[in-house]
Design a protein around this ligand. Sequence first.
Ligand code: FES
Length: 140
Amino acid sequence: MFNRTKVGKYHLLVCGTTPCMIRGSREIEDTLLKHLGVKRNEVTKDGMFCVGEMECMGCCVNAPMITVADYSKGSESYSYNYYEDVTPKRVVEIVEMLRRGEAPPVGTQNPERIRSGPAGGNTTLLGEPKPPPCRDLDAC
Ligand code: FES
């Protein structure tokens, strides 16, 4: 995962580990490569983007995910931004937002989820939990 060649201003890193792969990371990578017209680790002609692979970034519950290493403010003040629950359509939207200088919202890209919560909201543990039964100390 060392960058041995020049990378783009935005280095798009697709998680290639098993949970993300099962959830479609190969399709995500193929979509990015096709949309940008590059091969893996090749930089676009305008120097803006390149696509690479990274191993598990700890967001497996929100697979598939990509990280964008953002060097738009220089290599000394880069940031890593995580985009989770991505789809082929959504990664193209993220790329186009970055191209326009916009900051796509990080985190889950599924509007039905709050962070790592279930899509569509909770289905269990909906009320306040009952307190544990207490022993009647006066009865001792
Ligand atoms: S497998 Fe992709 S974040 Fe863990």
